[in-house]
Design a protein around this ligand. Structure first.
Ligand code: NOJ
Length: 518
């Protein structure tokens, strides 16, 4: 069987990378202050390896007032003291590498905190090095169109565009289409200096041992850029810089439009809970496809997926995450059994899988929490990891009221220890699915895909070189029959499956992997 040649050179390790997202505040607290830290993560690296993941994406860990959980950076070059020092972070890189793993930092290029010294300088009335670092209009009475702004707090006569929350001023990478005198071109001195500084930041952490970056809001850096041409061009410059100095650094974008981001030189792009991908139809809507009620609809997701797959011409990886710190937990809509089938899908699709910490045990969304650090409705998905049945589920020795976010208080909250001790648990299913993916090339990140049946069940074939595997995903309660699949069953999840004379019968709420006969 033919597999198309991989068109973009990507770091070799991405062929088999399976990522684990760590929200550092909530993973493991080593010093009893109620907040997770680098040493805590180091303690748990063997756990991540045992689960089977071989790569990590860690959310922002830099100096910040934490008005947006660290996505409001006040110093790009220094680790936030609550997590440890730059030395600790270097130690984390080294420990990750010792285990044959890789780690991506979270790069926030679009905005800083209002407390960043660049912003404080840029607010001054006198022109200085940082005057053009952010997007400013030339009068307090003029607002940047289509964006919120900060106004009335500076001596400078102007309004500053914001990128997300109103305490996150937008860094200036220029305007693609200029229609106001104060707008600058990406080639102007100010935007060029911002880009240069961005490369300095990347260089600093890559030299210290980071393996690459997840890039926050990567698709919106150049403003007034309807088709993203300006932003794509900007990332192509970054790609040239990386190719030259750090060819093994991996880049994944929060963009959600792989045809654009991969053109910009990213190796991977995420499907997101917003934007055009229909990702939400799978797990997070009124009738998710993976609910056993069987009332969901996966058609538009598959259509959009194939459109992206073709448009991106295999220039890189389309990544489907189990969740992240911005979305509801899978367990808010799916039961443990349903999540097993969801993971059979997530861990058998092309692209690098990303598992959000705690999803491997089906951690729940904690309802009715007051917002913590700009989390708002996202706070319930950011509660501290549940390791075992000791104090604070083994997350921290701090008094309960000092924990970063309240934990799931239910008596039956899932824990790693309990699930590792139970062979039938979600944890074991995830672990086995990861092993299956790693030993079968056809299931790897770069393997091809073809959908054979879309609906209940969903049937697709994955292949690479001479291996071909058919995957049948049947989340609904009724059994299903699929014809024309000669081969042997490699693995099944949920109920049982039988294969005879090319006909496969799968129980409801099950998934089966069949290695095709050559
Ligand atoms: C996306 C991040 O994932 C989210 O957590 C953050 O609030 C916004 N970008 C702003 O940086």
């Amino acid at each position: 069987m033919e597999s198309k040649q991989w068109k973009r050179k990507q770091p070799k390790w991405l062929d088999n990378a399976i990522f684990y997202e760590i929200y550092p505040q909530s993973f493991k607290d080593s010093n009893g202050d109620g907040i997770g830290d680098f040493q805590g993560i180091i303690e748990k690296l063997d756990y991540i390896r045992t689960l089977g993941c071989n790569a990590i994406w860690m959310n922002p860990c830099f100096v910040s007032p934490f008005g947006d959980a660290g996505y409001d950076v006040a110093d790009y070059y220094t680790a936030a003291p609550r997590y440890g020092t730059n030395e600790d972070l270097k130690q984390l890189f080294d420990e990750v590498h010792k285990r044959g793993m890789h780690i991506l930092l979270d790069l926030v290029p679009g905005h800083t905190s209002v407390e960043h010294p660049w912003f404080l300088e840029s607010m001054k009335a006198e022109k200085n090095t940082y005057s053009d670092r952010y997007v400013w209009t030339d009068s307090i009475w003029e607002e940047p169109q289509g964006m919120g702004c900060i106004r009335g707090i500076s001596d400078r006569d102007g309004s500053c565009a914001v990128n997300f929350f109103s305490h996150q001023p937008a860094l200036n990478y220029g305007y693609y289409k200029i229609d106001r005198s104060w707008q600058q071109s990406p080639e102007d001195e100010g935007p060029q200096a911002t880009l240069e500084e961005l490369e300095n930041i990347m260089r600093f952490w890559l030299r210290l041992g980071a393996d690459g970056f997840r890039v926050d809001m990567a698709g919106s850096l150049v403003k007034n850029d309807e088709d993203s041409k300006g932003t794509i061009k900007l990332w192509q410059k970054v790609r040239a810089f990386l190719d030259e100095e750090f060819p093994d650094a991996a880049m994944v974008s929060e963009w959600g439009e792989p045809d654009k981001s991969l053109q910009g030189g990213f190796h991977m792009d995420f499907l997101l809970h917003f934007g055009p991908s229909h990702y939400n139809d799978l797990f997070r809507c009124e009738e998710p496809y993976f609910s056993s009620r069987g009332k969901g609809n996966i058609t538009q997701f598959v259509e959009k997926y194939l459109e992206n797959y073709e448009k991106s011409e295999r220039k890189g990886l389309i990544c489907i995450p189990s969740g992240n710190h911005d979305m509801d937990r899978l367990a808010r809509t799916l039961s443990q059994q349903e999540m097993k089938i969801a993971f059979a899908f997530l861990l058998s699709m092309p692209g690098a899988p990303f598992i959000y910490y705690g999803d491997e045990i089906g951690m729940r969304y904690v309802e009715n929490l007051t917002s913590v650090e700009g989390g708002y409705n996202r706070t319930g998905s950011r509660s501290p990891m549940q390791w075992d049945d000791t104090e604070n589920a083994g997350f921290s020795t701090a008094p309960e009221e000092r924990l970063y976010i309240k934990q799931d208080a239910s008596a039956d909250r899932p824990t790693v220890a309990a699930q590792m001790a139970d062979k039938d648990s979600l944890w074991h299913t995830v672990n086995q699915l990861i092993t299956l993916r790693l030993v079968n090339r056809a299931l790897s990140n770069c393997g091809e895909i073809e959908f054979l049946q879309v609906g209940y069940p969903l049937v697709y074939r994955r292949w690479l070189n001479s291996q071909s595997i058919t995957v049948i995903i049947n989340p609904a309660v009724s059994a299903a029959c699929v014809e024309g699949i000669p081969g042997r069953i490699l693995y099944n999840v949920g109920g049982s499956a039988t294969l005879a004379g090319g006909q496969c019968r799968v129980d409801g709420m099950s998934a089966v992997f069949i290695e095709d006969e050559e």
